[in-house]
Design a protein around this ligand. Structure first.
Ligand code: F6R
Length: 366
């Protein structure tokens, strides 16, 4: 059932082009410039009149929520807050009937996320679920929702669930933007066309595998890693670090690149590998100067760059090239090499990739 792959995680990484396609199939109509999503259409007034969107989730799903914050605020101009479900539910949060809560969960069974939903409903908010497992508790407990259609995810470390969550959240934002008249027909068409180009681009990203494997062999014994990104790639940095921690047991931290100088830069010396996401669209010049700062402290730089980049190449120890896309869809692309990096490092360290110690696929206890 691993389909010839050594691990479920690797299989699921490679399934992403199809999983993303399955997620938007039937929902994107390029020729008409239309997005069809019943759960959104049936509640369109309620959703577009929200004064605030609160996203609740845990772990990797929380990272998808952070990406959604950027997309939603960019496209529909509704303020978004992203909350760890466990903090939200115990904080006596301010929730009103004018709020829309979006709960994101692969399994649909995460106890804290489920409890956060119940609390939000009690306070009168409208709750929308983004789940992968059909008929799961969270899918049933929410007022409406949209499934990710990623297919079963067996590896404990979440991969295709993450990229399909981002896909579905992008569609939701586009649908709402379309309804609110916030995108011109041509902008919408461009977005849809680019979304349809994503599976092939993810496929292209997967081709960096041998190169990433080589990089992995050089740094597999490092006790620490830093991951840096800005804007849409900041959550990707967090997710890259989480993936490495959970399956290879290497300590890793993700930071917004500009936060470096407020503390973490003190950690940097010639032994520290720093993974920097430095793609062309989105604060490229700023990231370049962040790379310079790290370089002058002799860190080892592993940079994820847009195909054909020359400037980063001059400074970085290793570059991993990925295809260009719209800034808002970048996380779907830049995440892929980071998944592969953590996978190869974990395998080289002889870790149990699919079932890392101390972790369970769904966390049904608080
Ligand atoms: C990370 C991972 C966990 C889950 C988290 C939430 O790879 O798998 O961090 O993302 O436990 O799980 P769901 O999405 O099922 O609510």
């Amino acid at each position: 059932e691993k389909n010839g792959y050594d691990h479920f995680m690797l299989k699921e990484i490679h399934e992403q082009p199809d999983a993303i396609k399955d997620t938007y199939r039937g929902r994107l109509l390029l020729n008409d410039g239309i997005i069809k999503m019943a759960g959104i259409e049936d509640n369109i007034e309620r959703l577009t009149s929200a004064q605030r969107i609160i996203i609740v989730a845990c772990g990797t799903s929380w990272h998808a929520g952070l990406v959604a914050e950027y997309i939603f605020e960019d496209l529909i101009r509704i303020p978004v807050e992203v909350e760890y479900a466990s903090e939200f539910r115990y904080r006596n949060p301010v929730i009103t009937p004018n709020d829309v809560v979006i709960a994101i969960s692969q399994s649909g069974e995460t106890a804290d996320t489920l409890a956060a939903i119940k609390l939000a409903k009690e306070k009168g908010a409208f709750v929308f679920g983004v789940c992968n497992v059909v008929g799961s508790s969270i899918a049933r407990e929410t007022h409406a929702g949209a499934y990710t259609h990623a297919g079963p995810e067996i590896g404990v470390a979440s991969t295709k669930a993450f990229t399909t969550q981002i896909t579905v959240l992008s569609l939701i934002a586009l649908k709402l933007a379309q309804f609110k008249g916030m995108l011109s027909a041509s902008q919408l068409r461009e977005y849809i066309a680019e979304m349809e180009a994503i599976p092939a681009k993810v496929e292209e990203c997967l081709k960096v595998d041998a190169h990433v494997k080589y990089i992995s062999s050089m740094y597999k014994d490092s006790p620490n890693f830093l991951y840096l990104g800005r804007g849409y790639n900041f959550p990707v940095a967090l997710e890259g670090a989480l993936k490495l921690k959970e399956i290879s047991y290497i300590h890793a931290e993700g930071y917004p690149a500009a936060e470096m100088k407020h503390g973490p830069i003190a950690l940097i010396d010639e032994h520290m590998p720093v993974v920097v996401i430095a793609t062309k669209r989105g604060h490229y010049e700023k990231v370049l100067s962040n790379i310079q700062e790290i370089k002058s402290r002799k860190a080892k730089i592993i940079a994820v760059v847009t195909k054909g980049d020359t400037e980063v190449r001059e400074m970085a120890d290793h570059v991993i090239e990925v295809p260009e896309t719209l800034e808002g869809l970048t996380p779907l692309i830049t995440t892929i090499p980071l998944q592969l990096l953590s996978y190869h490092i974990a395998v080289m360290r002889e870790c149990n990739v699919d079932q890392p110690r101390n972790l369970a696929k769904s966390v049904t206890v608080e």
